[in-house]
Design a protein around this ligand. Sequence first.
Ligand code: ATP
Length: 229
Amino acid sequence: MTSARTIPGSVRPIGVLGGTFDPVHIGHLRIALELLESASLAEVRFVLAARPPHRPAPKASAELRLRMLEAAVADEPRFVVDRRELDRPGPSYTVDTLASLAEEFPDASLCLLLGMDAFLGLPSWHRWPMHLELAHLVVAHRPGSRPPDDGPLGDLLRERLARSPAELSASKAGRIHMQAVTPLDVSSTAIRTAVKAGKDPRYLVPDAVRRIILETECYAEKETEKAEG
Ligand code: ATP
């Protein structure tokens, strides 16, 4: 749906968490919930990157990653799966997603939610300065990544850092807030590697996601690789 609409009774900001979600895991779900609570977001939209431009192709198909994502958020009404990047041809650029959300929700401000590692990669994103024209950035700390002191992001932080989430409400876009969250050293890569090695992803992903991983064997070692090994 692309027509403009307002979330009834609310002008609270909308959180946008983009990801490959290959698979979605507790790290994603916890940052979504903790940032939703700390920034008083109306909802968090999980935007599945259908064709992420800056990384190798995902292991699971977009349809399967979408199925896992839908299963993961099914019992949390404030989490919404957003499939607009699947419905759009070409590379999945976040800037295009933000522009489309801004058109759909003209009354709400947008908060782009990022883990620290993703924030550090921002200067390599397509039309990167434009993200701050369209949204605030809310950055979650992530084990293994430190906030930047220098370079373009260090300068950006000196100009635009919001010391508290409340400061974000003074403008529609353009500020950056860094948020400490429960540190969870979990990644999709580590989960795929563990599953491939025959280990159980239980407690790292929701049960419903684990069932899909086991049933489809989407991260199991391929027969051809076994033969070569
Ligand atoms: P991969 O290991 O395949 O690169 P990932 O675990 O980093 O995957 P993505 O889908 O690439 O997951 O991440 C989507 C977003 O969630 C990014 O902004 C990323 O920084 C953030 N994120 C993922 N896991 C965590 C975590 N454990 N703590 C904080 N942020 C996270």
